[in-house]
Design a protein around this ligand. Structure first.
Ligand SMILES: Nc1nc2c(ncn2[C@@H]2O[C@H](COP(=O)(O)OP(=O)(O)OP(=O)(O)O)[C@@H](O)[C@H]2O)c(=O)[nH]1
Ligand SMILES: [Mg+2]
Length: 267
């Protein structure tokens, strides 16, 4: 077929390729969720319904995209990890990010009513931004995951203490902020315990550790199905566990190897 005179515009499309053989993390983040959480009266500092909704949307994303090996969520953000061998969407950054963002947002809106039956959504509707980051080694990838989980802990300890000072202690926001300025983790634990009889260790795991979504596959499997099909059928689970220590990864070698029972080899 002859080219039209307009066809030259195609040359303006520039590549946005991600390197092969790297772990790709797509992190999405709720846009303006400070305002959004006030509009729908999210509980402070943690709203269980809002977190469950985030987790349900993340599970739906993972069901539709079997190339995602693990996801980790806190607050209004979620990180999705693509295996280093994944060739999905020709490893084009914009395709990966827009697919994750639109699929996640669609499910977030679709599932809203199941988690907030009393408060229907109204404009402006929730939306998310997203970015892709590449990590060349398992160590870098695990350090990324650890970074997010440490952030979860730091933020949650601060927020739990801050809101206890306000909700139970009767302080205003300015005084609570002043009280916590320069405080260490031990100081916050001490404030929680001595002032409010709250043992931070007994706070719900979902708030302290965030949410890890992954496929709980059996380690012995017939070879009839190819890996992608097998992953698509595996049960997706949401857990609130430590992903910083080796134990989580050692007990689930299929997560990083993408093969049942195999640990990834790295030089
Ligand atoms: N009350 C309440 N607020 C939450 C909860 N989870 C997230 N948020 C709000 O969402 C915000 C998320 O932080 P950011 O992503 O930095 O803030 P943002 O307003 O979304 O801003 P941008 O991401 O830059 O658009 C928090 O600061 C809280 O205000 C929750 O469980 N309860
Ligand atoms: Mg946000």
């Amino acid at each position: 077929m002859a080219n039209s005179k307009y066809e030259y515009v195609k040359a303006f499309e520039q590549p946005d390729l991600l390197l092969p053989n790297t772990w790709i993390v797509v992190r999405i983040d709720g846009r303006g969720f400070h305002k959004f959480s006030n509009k729908y009266s999210f509980e402070k500092p943690n709203d269980r319904r809002a977190l469950d909704l985030m987790n349900a949307a993340a599970k739906a994303v993972m069901t539709e995209l079997p190339d995602i090996v693990i996801a980790y969520g806190i607050s209004d953000e979620y990180s999705f990890v693509f295996h280093k061998s994944c060739a999905l969407f020709e490893r084009r950054s914009s395709k990966l990010v827009t697919t994750i963002v639109s699929t996640f947002t669609a499910y977030y809106v679709h599932l809203w009513a199941s988690f907030f039956p009393e408060t229907p959504l109204s404009a402006p509707l929730p939306s998310f931004d997203g970015r892709a980051v590449q990590y060349p080694s398992v160590q870098n990838l695990r350090d990324y995951m650890s970074w997010r989980q440490v952030d979860c802990h730091i933020n949650n300890l601060y927020n739990t203490t801050f809101w206890a000072l306000i909700q139970i202690g009767g302080l205003d926001a300015k005084s609570a902020e002043k009280e916590l300025a320069g405080s260490l983790a031990a100081d916050k634990n001490e404030i929680l315990f001595s002032k409010f009889k709250i043992n931070y260790n007994n706070e719900p795991e979902i708030y302290k550790k965030g949410s890890v979504v992954f496929r709980d596959i059996a380690q012995s499997k017939t070879q009839e199905e190819n890996d992608r099909k097998r992953r698509a059928k595996a049960r997706i689970t949401v857990q609130h566990v430590d992903i910083i220590k080796d134990e989580f990864w050692e007990r689930r070698p299929w997560l990083l190897s993408n093969k049942p029972g195999k640990i990834p080899k790295e030089p």
